[in-house]
Design a protein around this ligand. Sequence first.
Ligand code: PGA
Length: 253
Amino acid sequence: MAKSILIANWKNKPSSLREMSLLLAGLAKKSRLYKQIPTYIAPPHTYFESVSKRANGYSHLASQDISILPEGKHTGSVTVDILKSFGVRLAILGHSEVRTAGETDEQVSKKVRFALKAGITPLVCVGETQRDAEGEYLEFLRHQIKLSLEGLRRKDDVSKIVIAYEPIWAIGKRAQDAITPEDLSQIVLFIRRVLVDLFGRETAEKVKIIYGGSVEPKNAKVLFETGVRGFLIGHESLDAKGFAEIAEVLIKK
Ligand code: PGA
């Protein structure tokens, strides 16, 4: 079975070059852990050079988004070519914070196809804003997955995708407020069923489903036992010690 993956989503942190340098020094101490699983760091673009130079031996560089603007001049944008020149292998697409800023499912699906064409693994984030007793959030989720993956025909392409289930209500909280393992197990089965309906069992089985939303050392083990194939880590990825403890959980399996 392929190894589980670990992705650090640094978002717009650390706040200074100095702090970023300290974080990289902390991560390097546990590099032997990160070498055992596919580990990715998605830093702000301004830190790409430092991360690619200093963390190259134990992690891959990832991007927090990609631009799909047509060729031409675009002030303020970073093109896929630039990302690739730094060695970016994976892009977080459709993160809820980007969706909240206005990104649509249609734009996410375009980015997915664009990334695949560029040889970058699309990590597609999906997740409901809140839960409701009638289970309407499941329909929301089904719809979001379907539209975010619209236009994918080739089985080969679909099997390269990673889905990150990130319920918005569980992002940026503490471990005790995160999703329960029971809930997460159900959702993993549900997402798998949606993928089977869309692409057939054989292809759907190849898609990795990972989880993100308040994963900390405290809850990493129980959440990992639900059948997810890795984690997308936000705030805890800025804590070298906590991030290493999460990596240990993924390795032990
Ligand atoms: P969190 O963030 O781990 O801080 O909840 C996860 C994410 O937004 O990807």
